[in-house]
Design a binder for this molecule. Sequence first.
Ligand code: BTN
Length: 255
Amino acid sequence: MPDPLIRVVAEIASTNSALLERLSHGEAPAEGHWLVADRQTAGRGRAGRVWTGGYGNFMGSTAVALHEGEALPQTLALVAGVSVHRALMTVVPELAGLALKWPNDLLVNEAKLGGILLERQRDAVIVGIGVNLAEAPEVPGRKTASLAGLGHAVSRDAFASALAAAWAEDLTVWHAGGWPMLREEWLGRALPKGTLLGVNLSEEGHLIGGFAGLEPDGAALLRLADGAVRAIHAGDVELIGTSYSGEGIGDASGG
Ligand code: BTN
């Protein structure tokens, strides 16, 4: 039976663009509802990258209405990460090596399995999610993976329903002021503390440090080689390695 929360289209430029367009025409965000495409002709990833999803992969978007007094909108990327992780563990309980990388990546054994693109329009946010269920795109300089490639055959529609259910729960918690709890959930599903990450900052160039937790507002904490801890609020974070032999690298937040 089709999931009433999910509308599937065969082809669309981008599910994120379609929902942004609806908002720009004055439509209210239909929270909990998903637009899912079999194929995107102009799918977008972060930092202006193209997201070419293969047939059988999940490509879908949903809208969130923002209200005063709630957690920062960018925390929704981390909440979406929690929902995607939960949905994947529902459809493939034996899946090993799944981990979230700040801010928007889903990795399996250090290879990219999916990503999240958050786009804001006034008092609403579109959350777009791509997950390589059937095939992994080739991305120069980056390891990618698909569930099928790991031996797990997962139907796109089964995953979409699991995601819609997980997201509905997590979004309810977020709207009710539950971000601190979701932050802990994210940390429990993330790369381990101490994992070496690199980030390009416009003023300071390339910084490398051990992942050391999350600020209360969702910024990532990196412990640098000199022991200093830096909060990273925005940027493309690259995974350098999961093991680090340096001393003192790791937890900075207790969270
Ligand atoms: C990333 O760069 O990791 C984020 C990828 C997000 C891709 C999804 S696919 C569905 C939605 N529509 C888009 O155009 N992009 C997002």
